[in-house]
Design a protein around this ligand. Sequence first.
Ligand code: IPM
Ligand code: MN
Length: 368
Amino acid sequence: MNKHYKLAILPGDGTGPEVVNEGLKVLAAAADKFAFTTETETFDWGGDRYLETGNVLPDEAADILRKFDAVYLGAIGHPKVKPGILEKGILLKLRFELDQYINLRPVKLYPGVETPLAGKTPEDIDYVVVRENTGGIYTGIGGISMQGTPDEVAIQSMVYNRKQVERCLRYAFEYTSKRHHNAPWKGLSQEDIAAGKTGQLTLCGKTNVLTYVFDLWERTFYEVAKDYPDVKTDYCHVDATCMWMVKNPEWFDVIVTCNMFGDIITDLGAMTQGGMGIAAGGNINPSGVSMFEPIGGSAPKYTGRGVINPLAAISAAAMMLEFLGETQAANAIEKSVAFVTGKKLKSMAAGKMGYSTSEVGDLVVENL
Ligand code: IPM
Ligand code: MN
Protein backbone atom coordinates (compact mmCIF):
# COMPACT_ATOMS: atom_id res chain seq x y z
CA MET A 1 0.00 0.00 0.00
CA ASN A 2 1.21 3.50 -0.75
CA LYS A 3 2.41 5.52 2.16
CA HIS A 4 0.25 8.47 3.10
CA TYR A 5 1.50 11.62 4.85
CA LYS A 6 -0.41 14.36 6.64
CA LEU A 7 1.43 17.63 6.27
CA ALA A 8 0.77 20.90 8.11
CA ILE A 9 1.58 23.89 5.91
CA LEU A 10 2.61 27.18 7.49
CA PRO A 11 3.25 29.58 4.59
CA GLY A 12 3.81 32.47 7.03
CA ASP A 13 4.84 35.96 5.98
CA GLY A 14 6.28 37.84 3.02
CA THR A 15 7.56 35.57 0.29
CA GLY A 16 6.86 32.48 2.43
CA PRO A 17 3.59 31.62 0.65
CA GLU A 18 5.17 31.97 -2.82
CA VAL A 19 8.07 29.64 -2.11
CA VAL A 20 5.87 27.16 -0.24
CA ASN A 21 3.61 26.95 -3.31
CA GLU A 22 6.56 25.84 -5.42
CA GLY A 23 7.62 23.32 -2.80
CA LEU A 24 4.10 21.88 -2.76
CA LYS A 25 4.09 21.70 -6.55
CA VAL A 26 7.29 19.67 -6.47
CA LEU A 27 5.95 17.49 -3.63
CA ALA A 28 2.83 16.70 -5.64
CA ALA A 29 4.93 15.71 -8.66
CA ALA A 30 7.19 13.56 -6.49
CA ALA A 31 4.15 11.90 -4.92
CA ASP A 32 2.86 10.90 -8.39
CA LYS A 33 6.20 9.63 -9.49
CA PHE A 34 7.21 7.76 -6.36
CA ALA A 35 3.80 6.45 -5.41
CA PHE A 36 3.00 8.06 -2.11
CA THR A 37 0.11 10.35 -1.21
CA THR A 38 -0.14 13.48 0.88
CA GLU A 39 -2.89 15.48 2.46
CA THR A 40 -2.24 19.05 3.55
CA GLU A 41 -3.85 21.51 5.89
CA THR A 42 -2.78 25.16 5.79
CA PHE A 43 -2.57 27.44 8.82
CA ASP A 44 -2.46 31.24 8.58
CA TRP A 45 -0.12 31.79 11.53
CA GLY A 46 2.08 34.81 10.90
CA GLY A 47 2.28 38.60 10.86
CA ASP A 48 -0.98 39.39 9.07
CA ARG A 49 -3.04 37.27 11.41
CA TYR A 50 -1.27 38.86 14.38
CA LEU A 51 -1.99 42.38 13.12
CA GLU A 52 -5.66 41.50 12.59
CA THR A 53 -6.32 39.58 15.79
CA GLY A 54 -3.55 40.57 18.22
CA ASN A 55 -2.86 36.87 18.70
CA VAL A 56 0.54 35.51 17.69
CA LEU A 57 -0.22 31.80 17.83
CA PRO A 58 -3.26 29.83 19.03
CA ASP A 59 -2.60 28.24 22.45
CA GLU A 60 -3.28 24.80 21.03
CA ALA A 61 -0.92 25.24 18.03
CA ALA A 62 1.61 22.63 19.13
CA ASP A 63 -1.17 20.12 19.90
CA ILE A 64 -2.66 20.71 16.46
CA LEU A 65 0.71 20.13 14.77
CA ARG A 66 1.36 16.97 16.76
CA LYS A 67 -1.37 15.27 14.71
CA PHE A 68 0.66 15.66 11.51
CA ASP A 69 3.57 13.67 10.12
CA ALA A 70 5.57 16.83 9.41
CA VAL A 71 5.33 20.61 9.22
CA TYR A 72 6.37 22.65 6.19
CA LEU A 73 7.10 26.30 6.94
CA GLY A 74 7.67 29.26 4.59
CA ALA A 75 8.96 32.26 6.53
CA ILE A 76 8.20 34.21 9.68
CA GLY A 77 8.78 37.98 10.00
CA HIS A 78 6.64 41.00 9.09
CA PRO A 79 7.85 44.57 8.44
CA LYS A 80 4.96 46.02 10.48
CA VAL A 81 5.61 43.86 13.54
CA LYS A 82 8.41 44.67 15.97
CA PRO A 83 11.30 42.19 15.50
CA GLY A 84 11.21 39.35 18.00
CA ILE A 85 7.46 39.04 18.52
CA LEU A 86 6.75 36.65 15.64
CA GLU A 87 10.17 34.98 15.68
CA LYS A 88 9.91 34.16 19.38
CA GLY A 89 6.14 33.73 19.44
CA ILE A 90 5.86 31.38 16.47
CA LEU A 91 9.15 29.90 15.29
CA LEU A 92 10.96 29.50 18.61
CA LYS A 93 7.77 28.59 20.47
CA LEU A 94 7.03 25.75 18.05
CA ARG A 95 10.62 24.51 18.10
CA PHE A 96 10.48 24.40 21.91
CA GLU A 97 6.97 23.01 22.35
CA LEU A 98 7.46 20.32 19.73
CA ASP A 99 10.86 19.59 21.29
CA GLN A 100 12.60 19.90 17.93
CA TYR A 101 15.98 19.68 19.55
CA ILE A 102 18.00 19.38 16.37
CA ASN A 103 18.36 21.95 13.62
CA LEU A 104 19.86 20.19 10.64
CA ARG A 105 21.42 22.56 8.13
CA PRO A 106 23.24 21.18 5.10
CA VAL A 107 25.84 23.51 3.59
CA LYS A 108 26.01 22.30 0.03
CA LEU A 109 27.23 24.16 -3.02
CA TYR A 110 25.13 23.04 -5.97
CA PRO A 111 26.64 22.92 -9.47
CA GLY A 112 26.54 26.22 -11.31
CA VAL A 113 26.01 28.23 -8.14
CA GLU A 114 28.42 31.06 -7.51
CA THR A 115 30.24 30.98 -4.17
CA PRO A 116 32.17 33.92 -2.75
CA LEU A 117 34.93 31.45 -1.80
CA ALA A 118 37.50 31.74 -4.58
CA GLY A 119 38.45 28.48 -6.22
CA LYS A 120 36.02 26.30 -4.26
CA THR A 121 33.80 23.80 -6.07
CA PRO A 122 30.74 21.70 -5.14
CA GLU A 123 33.16 18.96 -4.07
CA ASP A 124 34.70 21.29 -1.50
CA ILE A 125 31.53 22.69 0.03
CA ASP A 126 29.37 19.78 1.15
CA TYR A 127 28.89 19.37 4.88
CA VAL A 128 26.10 19.46 7.42
CA VAL A 129 25.72 21.48 10.59
CA VAL A 130 23.84 19.82 13.45
CA ARG A 131 22.74 22.75 15.59
CA GLU A 132 21.31 22.12 19.06
CA ASN A 133 17.92 23.79 18.73
CA THR A 134 16.14 24.18 22.07
CA GLY A 135 18.76 25.04 24.69
CA GLY A 136 21.65 27.34 25.43
CA ILE A 137 21.18 31.09 25.29
CA TYR A 138 17.86 30.52 23.50
CA THR A 139 16.41 29.11 26.71
CA GLY A 140 15.80 32.76 27.60
CA ILE A 141 16.92 32.49 31.21
CA GLY A 142 18.06 35.86 32.50
CA GLY A 143 16.73 39.26 33.31
CA ILE A 144 17.30 42.94 33.48
CA SER A 145 17.30 45.15 36.51
CA MET A 146 17.65 48.87 37.27
CA GLN A 147 16.61 49.43 33.69
CA GLY A 148 17.23 52.91 32.37
CA THR A 149 19.76 53.77 35.09
CA PRO A 150 23.55 53.88 34.78
CA ASP A 151 23.63 50.77 36.99
CA GLU A 152 21.46 48.75 34.64
CA VAL A 153 22.35 45.04 34.57
CA ALA A 154 21.34 42.49 31.95
CA ILE A 155 22.00 38.76 32.07
CA GLN A 156 21.17 36.04 29.57
CA SER A 157 22.65 32.68 30.37
CA MET A 158 23.90 29.80 28.28
CA VAL A 159 22.13 26.94 30.01
CA TYR A 160 22.69 23.29 29.13
CA ASN A 161 22.07 20.10 30.99
CA ARG A 162 23.76 16.79 30.33
CA LYS A 163 20.63 15.24 28.83
CA GLN A 164 20.20 17.99 26.25
CA VAL A 165 23.84 17.87 25.26
CA GLU A 166 23.95 14.10 25.09
CA ARG A 167 20.85 13.66 22.94
CA CYS A 168 22.12 16.25 20.48
CA LEU A 169 25.56 14.63 20.28
CA ARG A 170 24.05 11.15 19.87
CA TYR A 171 21.95 12.42 17.00
CA ALA A 172 25.05 13.97 15.41
CA PHE A 173 27.11 10.78 15.72
CA GLU A 174 24.25 8.69 14.38
CA TYR A 175 23.77 11.11 11.49
CA THR A 176 27.48 11.16 10.65
CA SER A 177 27.66 7.41 10.73
CA LYS A 178 24.65 7.05 8.42
CA ARG A 179 25.36 9.95 6.08
CA HIS A 180 27.69 8.09 3.80
CA HIS A 181 26.26 4.64 4.11
CA ASN A 182 22.69 5.60 3.24
CA ALA A 183 23.36 8.29 0.70
CA PRO A 184 26.89 7.95 -0.62
CA TRP A 185 26.11 10.39 -3.41
CA LYS A 186 26.15 13.10 -0.75
CA GLY A 187 29.69 12.60 0.39
CA LEU A 188 32.17 9.80 0.08
CA SER A 189 32.08 7.63 -3.03
CA GLN A 190 31.38 3.90 -2.88
CA GLU A 191 35.12 3.35 -3.42
CA ASP A 192 35.94 5.58 -0.45
CA ILE A 193 33.57 3.64 1.75
CA ALA A 194 34.90 0.30 0.50
CA ALA A 195 38.39 1.57 1.35
CA GLY A 196 37.25 2.05 4.94
CA LYS A 197 36.97 5.83 4.92
CA THR A 198 34.59 7.10 7.56
CA GLY A 199 32.57 10.11 8.36
CA GLN A 200 34.00 12.85 10.54
CA LEU A 201 32.20 14.75 13.27
CA THR A 202 33.62 18.09 14.40
CA LEU A 203 32.54 19.52 17.74
CA CYS A 204 32.44 23.30 17.37
CA GLY A 205 32.78 24.94 20.80
CA LYS A 206 34.75 27.44 22.84
CA THR A 207 36.51 25.34 25.47
CA ASN A 208 39.15 28.03 25.99
CA VAL A 209 36.66 30.58 27.36
CA LEU A 210 33.27 28.95 28.04
CA THR A 211 35.04 26.54 30.36
CA TYR A 212 31.88 25.24 32.04
CA VAL A 213 29.40 24.77 29.23
CA PHE A 214 31.87 23.47 26.68
CA ASP A 215 33.59 21.29 29.22
CA LEU A 216 30.24 19.52 29.52
CA TRP A 217 29.95 19.35 25.73
CA GLU A 218 33.51 18.13 25.25
CA ARG A 219 33.39 15.40 27.91
CA THR A 220 30.06 14.17 26.65
CA PHE A 221 31.32 14.26 23.05
CA TYR A 222 34.21 11.89 23.76
CA GLU A 223 32.06 9.62 25.90
CA VAL A 224 29.40 9.26 23.22
CA ALA A 225 32.14 8.81 20.60
CA LYS A 226 33.00 5.44 22.17
CA ASP A 227 29.70 4.10 20.86
CA TYR A 228 30.57 5.18 17.30
CA PRO A 229 33.96 3.75 16.40
CA ASP A 230 33.19 4.34 12.71
CA VAL A 231 33.11 8.12 13.19
CA LYS A 232 36.31 10.14 13.34
CA THR A 233 36.18 12.86 16.01
CA ASP A 234 37.48 16.37 15.62
CA TYR A 235 37.29 19.59 17.68
CA CYS A 236 37.36 23.23 16.59
CA HIS A 237 36.72 26.48 18.48
CA VAL A 238 33.85 28.47 16.99
CA ASP A 239 36.03 31.37 15.84
CA ALA A 240 38.41 28.97 14.11
CA THR A 241 35.43 27.11 12.65
CA CYS A 242 34.41 30.35 10.90
CA MET A 243 37.91 30.71 9.58
CA TRP A 244 38.07 27.19 8.16
CA MET A 245 34.53 27.35 6.77
CA VAL A 246 35.88 30.13 4.55
CA LYS A 247 39.41 28.90 3.93
CA ASN A 248 39.09 25.10 3.89
CA PRO A 249 35.42 24.07 3.86
CA GLU A 250 36.45 20.71 2.38
CA TRP A 251 37.79 19.73 5.80
CA PHE A 252 34.28 19.45 7.20
CA ASP A 253 31.83 16.58 7.00
CA VAL A 254 29.44 17.07 9.92
CA ILE A 255 29.74 19.84 12.53
CA VAL A 256 27.83 19.69 15.81
CA THR A 257 27.42 22.78 17.96
CA CYS A 258 25.29 24.69 20.44
CA ASN A 259 22.24 26.73 19.52
CA MET A 260 23.84 30.18 19.36
CA PHE A 261 27.01 29.18 17.55
CA GLY A 262 24.90 27.08 15.16
CA ASP A 263 22.72 30.06 14.37
CA ILE A 264 25.73 32.17 13.47
CA ILE A 265 27.85 29.66 11.56
CA THR A 266 24.92 28.46 9.44
CA ASP A 267 24.35 31.96 8.07
CA LEU A 268 28.03 32.03 7.16
CA GLY A 269 27.64 28.56 5.63
CA ALA A 270 24.56 29.65 3.69
CA MET A 271 26.51 32.51 2.10
CA THR A 272 29.26 30.14 1.00
CA GLN A 273 26.69 27.92 -0.71
CA GLY A 274 25.21 30.76 -2.72
CA GLY A 275 22.96 32.57 -0.26
CA MET A 276 19.59 32.36 1.37
CA GLY A 277 17.82 31.44 -1.86
CA ILE A 278 19.28 27.96 -1.71
CA ALA A 279 19.81 27.13 2.01
CA ALA A 280 17.33 24.77 3.66
CA GLY A 281 16.99 23.33 7.12
CA GLY A 282 15.01 20.99 9.31
CA ASN A 283 13.91 21.43 12.93
CA ILE A 284 13.93 17.85 14.03
CA ASN A 285 12.41 15.86 16.83
CA PRO A 286 13.59 12.36 15.96
CA SER A 287 10.62 10.81 17.76
CA GLY A 288 8.04 13.51 17.18
CA VAL A 289 6.93 16.06 14.62
CA SER A 290 9.61 17.87 12.64
CA MET A 291 9.40 21.16 10.77
CA PHE A 292 11.21 21.98 7.55
CA GLU A 293 11.95 25.46 6.26
CA PRO A 294 14.05 27.52 3.90
CA ILE A 295 16.44 29.31 6.26
CA GLY A 296 16.12 32.72 4.62
CA GLY A 297 13.66 35.25 5.94
CA SER A 298 10.38 36.61 4.61
CA ALA A 299 12.08 39.07 2.20
CA PRO A 300 9.29 41.72 2.36
CA LYS A 301 10.68 43.80 -0.48
CA TYR A 302 10.25 40.93 -2.96
CA THR A 303 6.81 39.85 -1.75
CA GLY A 304 4.23 39.14 -4.42
CA ARG A 305 6.55 39.92 -7.32
CA GLY A 306 7.26 36.36 -8.40
CA VAL A 307 11.01 36.91 -8.32
CA ILE A 308 12.07 35.10 -5.15
CA ASN A 309 14.14 31.92 -5.46
CA PRO A 310 12.08 28.91 -4.33
CA LEU A 311 14.94 26.39 -4.39
CA ALA A 312 15.61 26.61 -0.63
CA ALA A 313 11.97 25.82 0.04
CA ILE A 314 12.07 23.01 -2.52
CA SER A 315 15.20 21.58 -0.87
CA ALA A 316 13.45 21.83 2.50
CA ALA A 317 10.63 19.75 1.02
CA ALA A 318 13.23 17.19 -0.09
CA MET A 319 14.66 17.08 3.44
CA MET A 320 11.15 16.52 4.74
CA LEU A 321 10.67 13.56 2.39
CA GLU A 322 14.00 12.09 3.39
CA PHE A 323 12.99 12.40 7.02
CA LEU A 324 9.65 10.71 6.29
CA GLY A 325 11.52 7.82 4.69
CA GLU A 326 10.86 8.70 1.03
CA THR A 327 14.56 8.61 0.26
CA GLN A 328 14.20 7.98 -3.48
CA ALA A 329 11.88 10.93 -3.91
CA ALA A 330 14.16 13.13 -1.80
CA ASN A 331 17.19 12.15 -3.87
CA ALA A 332 15.32 12.78 -7.11
CA ILE A 333 14.35 16.28 -6.00
CA GLU A 334 17.92 17.05 -4.94
CA LYS A 335 19.23 15.83 -8.28
CA SER A 336 16.68 17.91 -10.14
CA VAL A 337 17.58 21.00 -8.09
CA ALA A 338 21.25 20.37 -8.94
CA PHE A 339 20.34 20.10 -12.63
CA VAL A 340 18.35 23.35 -12.51
CA THR A 341 21.14 25.27 -10.76
CA GLY A 342 23.78 23.76 -13.03
CA LYS A 343 22.05 24.11 -16.38
CA LYS A 344 19.25 26.65 -16.09
CA LEU A 345 19.42 29.47 -13.56
CA LYS A 346 21.60 32.50 -14.25
CA SER A 347 21.88 33.43 -10.60
CA MET A 348 20.43 32.40 -7.24
CA ALA A 349 19.51 36.01 -6.39
CA ALA A 350 15.92 37.23 -6.38
CA GLY A 351 15.02 38.84 -9.71
CA LYS A 352 18.22 37.63 -11.40
CA MET A 353 17.42 33.95 -11.93
CA GLY A 354 16.35 34.38 -15.57
CA TYR A 355 13.05 32.76 -14.57
CA SER A 356 10.15 33.62 -12.30
CA THR A 357 9.53 31.89 -8.99
CA SER A 358 6.91 29.57 -10.46
CA GLU A 359 8.99 28.85 -13.57
CA VAL A 360 11.79 27.63 -11.32
CA GLY A 361 9.29 25.32 -9.59
CA ASP A 362 8.20 24.06 -13.02
CA LEU A 363 11.81 23.38 -14.03
CA VAL A 364 12.36 21.24 -10.95
CA VAL A 365 9.16 19.30 -11.72
CA GLU A 366 10.10 18.80 -15.40
CA ASN A 367 13.50 17.39 -14.48
CA LEU A 368 12.36 15.14 -11.67
C1 IPM B 1 17.16 30.89 12.35
C2 IPM B 1 16.68 32.25 12.72
C3 IPM B 1 15.98 32.19 14.06
C4 IPM B 1 17.00 31.72 15.08
C5 IPM B 1 15.34 33.51 14.49
C6 IPM B 1 14.42 34.05 13.43
C7 IPM B 1 14.63 33.38 15.80
O1 IPM B 1 17.72 33.18 12.70
O2 IPM B 1 16.31 29.99 12.16
O3 IPM B 1 18.36 30.69 12.24
O4 IPM B 1 17.74 32.54 15.65
O5 IPM B 1 17.06 30.52 15.31
MN1 MN C 1 19.60 32.34 12.08
